[in-house]
Structures are given as C-alpha cells and as structure tokens.
Design a protein around this ligand. Structure first.
Ligand code: ATP
Length: 278
C-alpha cells in the first residue's frame, strides 16, 4: 500500500514482493458470451508493487478479464483474489483496496470535474477536507485546475481519462486497474499521466493496465502478461517475456502468431497493382 512504511533505503517494490500476497491471483477463470468464449480458463499471478502491462490483440479477452478481476463482471467459473482477498466473497475488502479506470468510462457527466472528485471521495468515506485537499492536488498535477468547474460532459477524451484517473486515485488504492489509459490522450497529457503513475508505483503500489501500444508497455512496465484468444500465452518479468527478441513488439507478434506475409497475400488487390477494378 502506498501508505505502508519500509526500511530506509529499501526498494518498496522489492520489500512488498517478498512479503505481500500477489496483487492479483487468478485461478481457472472462464467467461463465455453465448457462443463466444471470451476467457478460456486462465491462471494469472501478478506480483505486488509492480508496473504491469496486460497486452493482447483486439478481442483477446483483456477487458473481459479486467472486468472480472475488478468485480464488474461475474465469471462463469474461477477464483480471483486481490491482495489476498477474494473478489466475489469479500467485495468490500477488495473494492476499498482498488481503483479502476474502466474502458468506455461512463461518469456522472452533469457534474463538474471538482464535483465528481468530491462525490467519489465521499463515496469512499473520506472526510470532506481530505477530499478537498487531494482533489486540489490531483487537479493541479493533471493539468485540470483550469477546467475543474466545467461539466465533465464538455471534457475532451484526454481530459475524461485524466479526471477518471484522478477519481480512481483519490482514495490512494493499493492496486490500480486501467483499461487503455493512454488511448486518445495527447503526448503531453500522456507524459503527465505517466509521471503520476510512476510516482504512485514508486511508493509500493501496483498498476495493472491494458494496452496495444508495445513501446509504451516496454518503457513503463517491469512485468507483462500476454493474452491471445482468451488465454494467457506468456507472463512474467518484461525481460523474460521479451526473451531473445529485439523488442517486446517482436516477441508479442511471435507469441500471438502474426507474420508479415499474412497481410501481403490477402490484400493483393490493394494499391496501384493491376488497376483492373479502378
Ligand atoms: P480490445 O483490445 O479490442 O478492446 P479485448 O482484448 O479487450 O479487445 P474483450 O473486449 O475482452 O477483448 O473481448 C473478448 C471477446 O469477447 C471478443 O470476441 C468479444 O467480441 C467478446 N465479448 C466481449 N464482451 C462481450 C459481450 N458483452 N457480449 C458478447 N461478446 C462479448
């Protein structure tokens, strides 16, 4: 937990890894939507105190997995615990320890950014003056101070991500889940978000985020899990998953089984080739 003390000079992440239960432990998780098998019996152990990337192609099952892990979607079967607490048997213990920035991000849009944070803080049971203090700091750091009285409905995509992040961080959770936090975010805002997340994990907390952007995952994460077709095809420290490949992108393409020639042959009509259909 960010508030947790460690001995002077000790890396909080290492200290936590040695003693803390995993941030997330998943066993035998399945989810089917009608005929579509979205998650096919995955086992996953994500250590505490790490910056963790969950990567995979479109439709791999990342959002479905994160939704089940954060208690938003009931699994068909499987066990999930967060920081040692069962997500479905002990939801209050889990929900007080996590922050979530979900995909799609439905928020109370008729509130201003400041009001939204005040509402989230009170919902979390924080005292009003503490909520005010934290909200002011988060709005400042995330560059939203000037827009704090604007309605969220009038926020841009990037501003929505940032106010969603502020709301997810307000109660200082132990584990933060982010579904595509950088999508639709400009480079300046991305840098700001990144700075906030790096500071947060440096204090011993865990960030778990899904992304398609391998360069980003490679530069931010020290631990990755790769999903394809509802299964976990690799998980572990970034360097281990990357293996001998020059970049994570190469390792990823290898793991999910995509080859350059797959697109070449299929689209032989595309471009200035034979001209018959033009
Ligand atoms: P992306 O990167 O494109 O967001 P993802 O890895 O997050 O993809 P999911 O959204 O978890 O993938 O989807 C996994 C599979 O489950 C897909 O085939 C998707 O069509 C299906 N699926 C997800 N949610 C539902 C739903 N509510 N009803 C029916 N099928 C669904």
């Amino acid at each position: 937990m960010p508030d947790q003390q460690t001995a002077a000079g000790e890396n909080p992440a290492d200290g936590r890894a040695a003693t803390a239960p995993p941030a997330v432990q998943v066993e035998g998780l399945w989810k089917r939507f009608g005929e579509q098998l979205a998650v096919s019996g995955i086992d996953l152990t994500l250590p505490a105190g790490r910056f963790i990337g969950l990567v995979g192609p479109n439709g791999a099952g990342k959002t479905t997995t994160l939704s089940m892990v954060t208690g938003l979607l009931r699994p068909d079967t499987g066990r999930i615990s967060i920081a040692g607490h069962d997500v479905w048997a002990d939801p209050v213990a889990v929900k007080s320890r996590i922050g979530v920035l979900p995909e799609g991000l439905r928020m109370f849009e008729r509130l201003s950014g400041r009001e939204l944070l005040a509402y989230s803080g009170r919902l979390r049971g924080l005292p009003g003056d503490e909520v005010d203090k934290r909200a002011t700091q988060l709005l400042d750091v995330l560059g939203l101070a000037g827009a704090q009285h604007k309605l969220v409905v009038d926020y841009s995509t990037g501003m929505r991500k940032k106010i969603g992040l502020a709301s997810a961080l307000l109660h200082n959770p132990e584990v933060l889940f982010l579904d595509e936090p950088f999508e639709g975010v400009d480079p300046v805002s991305a840098q700001t978000i990144r700075g906030v997340l790096e500071r947060y994990t440096a204090s011993g907390a865990t960030v778990i985020f899904s992304s398609h952007v391998m360069e980003l995952v490679e530069s931010l994460c020290d631990w990755v899990a790769v999903m394809a077709q509802g299964r976990i095809v690799a998980q572990g420290p970034l360097a281990e998953v990357r293996g001998e490949a020059p970049t994570l992108q190469h390792a990823f393409l290898e793991l999910v089984g995509v080859r350059d020639e797959d697109t070449g042959a299929a689209l032989d009509w595309l471009g200035g080739g034979n001209g018959t259909d033009r």
